[in-house]
Write a protein that binds this ligand. Structure first.
Ligand code: CMX
Length: 464
């Protein structure tokens, strides 16, 4: 496999053409597994990071103001995240690739068009576009790892149906910690240089098991409690759709797209940062992911996707199915004047329409252009930014990923809004598990930023 080392490096700056060359060149290593490839990449990356630290270690990245300290650390540059970078104007790039580029270059299922989430995971981990064969092998690997222990099944079966699906999800993942290879290896005293290996195993086990956990919650809370078997010949997204009870090939494609685009949004968002932070204490990947999911369950983050559909249905109920723009504006002002946020709009980093929104809109235009709720969401897209701008508070009046996802799901009969954030969580595992694998491969230390009290700040600056 030595020939692989001459492959061109894929970076945010490299052109689409060189990426296409990378795709062709890389296909010579068709049979190499993700772990084998990662094992080759780790020493290269370690050397690269060593060089970057030696050359630029004392460069200043920006200044921290007192406002930033009180303001959610917004804009403070304090994290390294290999999988993706978010540009305020353009949106997310996964290892340098935009969402449309991923849709074009990443392998799809046979007869499908949307990227397979497994292929996105490969890209996140390696920075390289996998071959169809490599993705197939990864799908088979995840299917083989997918079974969940009976104590996790029992735990979920005992949860009251009134316990929010995200709480059940977090509970099940925490319990699954019992299986952690990393925790066992740490206890047995494996050297730090091997941490990435056990983290990789846990990450893949966890990702593989999430469809079974999530589907069990869905079936218990909303259906008959019976979860079908994983089909070893199917990809991760198709299996997940089937476990949930949806066979329509268009829904399966939607699931693949959904699981791809919700995966990663650089390192500072609550779910990614929480996973990274907890992982930095060498808590194993299960405990770290559960922490991230508890953050995703907040209404300003992932829970917004359930809030959007709930709010949109309330809007339709109050103003009727064929509301005029004026009636919608009136409803929007009512929401804002009551002190609530308009869910699905605004973002801490983005200052334009989220490309994750745009690609879901394109899916809708292609597959459900006449759906009445999609028409309403489109009408909102034309109205909300103007109202939020007039309201004058939000720095970004444009829609984010959550403004669109619910309307696609409800079209296929998936109307149980309280479950939507679990779907987001299953996808987010791809991004944050990649983050943890690289954290351990690069030997990153425990996270410990400095804090001050208000009294101390006053003392520092009074009279200056
Ligand atoms: N509706 C009404 N007010 C909004 C708003 C919205 N959609 N978005 C922001 N604002 C308000 C904020 O609440 C804040 O008000 P206060 O000064 O009274 O506290 C003000 O505008 C400034 O906020 P901001 O700097 O523009 O936004 P933040 O970085 O603080 O917050 C976010 C970002 C996403 C939490 C916020 O835009 C929001 O609450 N949006 C609605 C919820 C949502 O869709 N969340 C999902 C985000 C994507 C995800 O993580 O999944």
């Amino acid at each position: 496999m030595a020939s692989l080392r001459v492959l061109p490096k894929v970076s945010a700056a490299s052109s689409l053409l060189s990426r296409q060359f990378a795709v062709r060149a890389y296909s010579t290593a068709k049979t190499q597994s993700l772990k084998e490839r990662l094992k080759e990449l780790i020493p290269e990356k370690q050397a690269e990071v060593k060089e970057v630290r030696a050359k630029y270690g004392n460069k200043v990245m920006g200044e921290t103001t007192v406002d930033m300290m009180y303001g959610g650390m917004r804009g403070i540059k304090g994290l390294v995240w290999e999988g993706s970078v978010l540009d305020a104007e353009e949106g997310i790039r996964f290892r340098g690739y935009t969402i449309p580029e991923c849709q074009k270059l990443l392998p799809a299922a046979e007869g499908g068009e949307e990227p397979l989430p497994e292929s996105l995971f490969w890209l996140l981990v390696t920075g390289e576009i996998p071959t169809a064969e490599q993705v197939k092998a990864l799908s088979a690997d995840w299917a083989a790892r997918s079974a969940i222990p009976s104590y996790v099944e029992d735990l979920l079966d005992r949860c009251p149906n009134t316990l929010h699906p995200m709480s059940q999800f977090s509970l099940a993942v925490t319990a699954l910690q019992h299986e952690s290879s990393f925790a066992k290896a740490y206890q047995s005293g494996v050297p730090k240089t091997q941490y990435w290996d056990y983290t990789f195993e846990d990450a893949n086990d966890l990702i593989a098991k999430l469809p079974n956990i999530a589907a069990r919650i869905y079936r218990n809370v909303f259906k008959d409690g019976k979860v079908p078997e994983i089909d070893r010949n199917l990809d991760w997204g198709a299996n997940f759709a089937h476990l949930l009870g949806y066979q329509d090939p268009k829904f399966v494609e939607l699931m693949r797209l959904y699981l791809t685009i919700h995966s990663d949004h650089e390192g500072g968002n609550v779910s990614a940062h929480a996973t990274h932070l907890v992982g930095s204490a060498l808590s194993d990947p299960y405990l770290s992911f559960a922490a991230g999911m508890n953050g995703l369950a907040g209404p300003l983050h992932g829970l917004a996707n359930q809030e959007v559909l709930r709010w949109t249905l309330k809007l339709r109920e109050q103003v009727g199915p064929n509301a005029t723009d004026e009636e919608i504006k009136e409803f929007l002002w009512k929401t804002l004047k009551s002190g609530q946020v308009v869910p699905g709009y605004g973002h801490a980093v983005l200052r334009k329409t989220d490309p994750r929104y745009t690609c879901q809109r394109e899916f809708a235009l292609k597959h459900l252009p006449t759906d009445p709720m999609f028409k309403l969401v489109s009408q909102l897209y034309n109205i909300v930014p103007g109202v939020l701008t007039e309201h004058g508070k939000t720095k970004n009046p444009w829609p984010n990923v959550d403004a669109h996802s619910g309307v696609l799901l409800q079209h296929f009969g998936f109307v149980e809004q309280d479950f939507y954030t679990v779907l987001f969580g299953v996808s987010r595992a791809l991004g944050v598990m990649n983050g943890l694998i690289w954290d351990r491969a690069l030997g990153l230390p425990i996270e410990r930023p400095k804090s001050f009290s208000t009294a101390h700040l006053k003392k520092m600056f009074e009279g200056k």
